[in-house]
Design a protein around this ligand. Structure first.
Ligand code: ATP
Ligand code: MG
Ligand code: MG
Length: 299
């Protein structure tokens, strides 16, 4: 028995998500940097539900999935006060986030310096956008091959590692499928999930299949290729696309219009599977030869 927590130094807070906080930390023995996700255990929750996120991550092994290293239980006293000020919610503790006795689960994983959300804001070339998109589809195809639905594919949960390779993360909502009426899927419930990316059937809290993740891929592809100067404009155009499947007047990629429309089709059975998307070879032909350029560190 040993306490993993004593082996790490926390360098800074990275972000606060809906389920917890993510820190950049350093292993004092191997001297490498890692991301540490601290998840608060709700009072009436059993921690099995939270451990499921770690168990799923531990079972996955793919170049486009965030690498998992360790999980452990701990309390909330762990170096927290020192970093509390780095989060917006530091003045208000109505949710008990600063209660030092609160139980937490810690998930140690690969540190990814950037999210795709930052890339959206910077804007990228069509070739790089398609290279990223293909890597996302490859990662999701692997997730789907393991019988899972990710349920939270969005720009904040997709990362670039230090080699500028796409990594899919945040398996907090991922679920293994069940069978109902001969179809594999899960019953969608009212848990978070980013609403811009949510499929119409997930919005209705009905039965969803892996095609629900494919809808989110359509929203992502649009975001990758429509780097609008303002977030408000991107959202406005996305809303139109979701409602009427019409692309903005200044949309520059007519060749990709039909792909986006079919990915975001309201009828899940019309959407292609990840394997179908990967089989559309001609779409990726140009992206293959393009080098991904240097990216700045996100601070
Ligand atoms: P939510 O459910 O609100 O999306 P969450 O609590 O499930 O959030 P994550 O999405 O896993 O938590 O992480 C929250 C944020 O922390 C991410 O959007 C990202 O900014 C940062 N983050 C998470 N994992 C990593 C990582 N491996 N490397 C670097 N940053 C990370
Ligand atoms: Mg997240
Ligand atoms: Mg999450």
């Amino acid at each position: 028995f040993f306490s993993a927590a004593t082996e790490y130094e926390i360098l800074r807070g990275i972000a606060e998500g809906s389920s917890g906080q993510v820190f950049l930390c350093k292993n004092m023995l191997d001297q490498h940097e890692y991301a540490l996700k601290k998840i608060f255990i709700e009072e009436d929750d059993d921690d099995e539900k939270i451990l499921e996120e770690a168990r799923i991550m531990a079972s996955l092994d793919h170049p486009h999935i965030v690498r998992y290293y360790q999980v452990w239980r701990g309390d909330n006293s762990y170096n927290f006060e020192k970093f509390a000020g780095e989060f917006d919610s530091s003045s208000d503790d109505s949710s008990g986030k600063r209660d030092p006795s609160r139980s937490c689960i810690y998930i140690l994983m690969e540190y990814c310096p950037k999210t795709l959300e930052t890339v959206f804001r910077e804007g990228i070339s069509e070739e790089i956008a398609l290279t990223y998109f293909r890597q996302i589809v490859e990662g999701l195809d692997y997730i789907h091959s393991q019988g899972l639905i990710h349920r939270d594919i969005c720009s904040q949960n997709l990362f670039l590692d230090s080699e500028k390779q796409i990594k899919i993360g945040d398996f907090g909502l991922a679920k293994f499928m069940e069978v109902k009426d001969g179809e594999f899927g899960v019953q969608s419930s009212n848990d978070y999930g980013h609403h811009f990316y949510k499929s119409p059937e997930a919005m209705r809290n009905s039965w969803i299949t892996q095609k629900s993740d494919v809808y989110s891929l359509g929203v992502l592809l649009f975001g990758l290729l429509y780097p609008s100067k303002t977030e408000a404009r991107r959202i406005e155009k996305l809303r139109e696309l979701q409602k009427t499947l019409s692309l903005p007047e200044d949309w520059k990629y007519p060749d990709l219009t039909s792909l986006i429309r079919v990915l975001m089709s309201k009828d899940p059975s019309v959407r292609p599977s990840t394997a179908d998307i990967l089989a559309r070879e001609q779409l990726w032909a140009t992206a293959d030869v393009v080098q991904v350029p240097q990216l700045k560190e996100e601070n």
